[in-house]
Design a protein around this ligand. Structure first.
Ligand SMILES: [Zn+2]
Length: 314
């Protein structure tokens, strides 16, 4: 069992595909060669914040404004994950970020579902589905259109919705009405919280009824909150290498994943963005073994937590 519950499509593109799509679409990239392109898609090792990290998505999104491109990259990501030996993955993206050239969000989702379905037919060793992200800072009507697309494709490729974007700038509390609608529509959800903002953000996400937290790591700053997370069996989608890049943890010694796991929090290991952070699940596992002394059995236990928290029922 090898599972990724927290993986962004636009942060996990093959650099060669970005290069080809740009050429096909006549887009001038800020890179003269494919090699240069790789370094502009990747976060620098001295990245300072989530905000700087998020800038790495501007370039991939330039080439994701056409339905065929969205279909292609979804197909390729499932192919890559299958070749890495994953048995299950939830791939997330914000359809509203691919509407700059006139696509409707539903058309973006439809294209991703086409790519997903083709890949699942070609690579039967993996199961996978999509999570549609709302964006912090977007107009309500735009996030509501994401919810409409999720309702339309729920069970047909789409598994759930999520809230992503700059957590420190746009508070989780501002999305209360939106998640009321999500609950009314009975669409499953997870929420990025406790990454760039602290316990208050996590507490709000839990109030909205989420059973999963994107990252959630900063809950550790509040003992009562951690007790609640353990008691309510909330699952943390932790992305260790990404957390170092966004400065959630200042250095490898300060990441609380070991403490969280030992306390009994349902911690899972995920990649967040394979291209941006130059990572994959094997690299995350190696990292956990090297710096925090995780054993194969403990990593297997985290994959069991992941299976139990999966939006697709096994
Ligand atoms: Zn994320």
């Amino acid at each position: 069992m090898k599972i990724d519950l927290h993986l962004h499509l636009d942060g996990s593109l093959r650099p060669h595909t970005v290069w080809e799509l740009a050429r096909e679409q006549g887009i001038v990239l800020p890179a003269a060669t494919e090699e240069e392109l790789v370094s502009s898609l990747r976060v620098p090792e001295d990245c300072r914040s989530l905000t700087e990290y998020l800038e790495r998505f501007d370039l991939p999104l330039l080439v994701l404004q056409k339905a065929e491109a969205v279909e292609r990259v979804t197909y390729e990501l499932v192919e890559d994950l299958s070749k890495q030996g994953l048995t299950y993955a939830e791939i997330r993206f914000a359809p509203q970020l691919s509407t700059k050239q006139g696509l409707a969000q539903k058309e973006v989702v439809q294209a991703a579902v086409r790519g997903l379905d083709r890949a699942l037919a070609d690579f039967p060793s993996i199961r996978a589905g999509l999570i549609l992200c709302f964006m912090r800072g977007a107009e309500n009507s735009v996030n509501e259109a994401t919810l409409e697309a999720a309702k339309q494709y729920l069970g047909k490729g789409v598994l759930a919705v999520d809230l992503a974007g700059a957590e420190a700038l746009f508070k989780t509390a501002d999305y209360e009405e939106l998640f009321k609608k999500v609950r009314e529509a009975e669409v499953p959800f997870t929420i990025h919280a406790g990454e760039a903002d602290g316990p208050e953000s996590v507490r709000k996400a839990l109030e909205f009824g989420t059973k999963r937290l994107g990252h959630g790591v900063r809950a550790i700053e509040d003992k009562e909150l951690i007790e609640q997370i353990i008691r309510d069996r909330v699952t943390l989608e932790v992305c260790p290498i990404s957390n170092l890049h966004t400065k959630l943890a200042k250095n490898v010694h300060e990441h609380p994943i070991r403490r969280l796991f030992d306390m009994g929090v349902r911690v899972t290991v995920n990649t967040d963005n394979m291209t941006v952070s130059n990572t994959c699940l094997d690299r995350e596992y190696a990292f956990l073994k090297e710096y925090y002394g995780f054993t194969d059995a403990e990593i297997a236990a985290m994959n069991e937590y992941a299976e139990e928290a999966a939006f697709m029922k096994f």
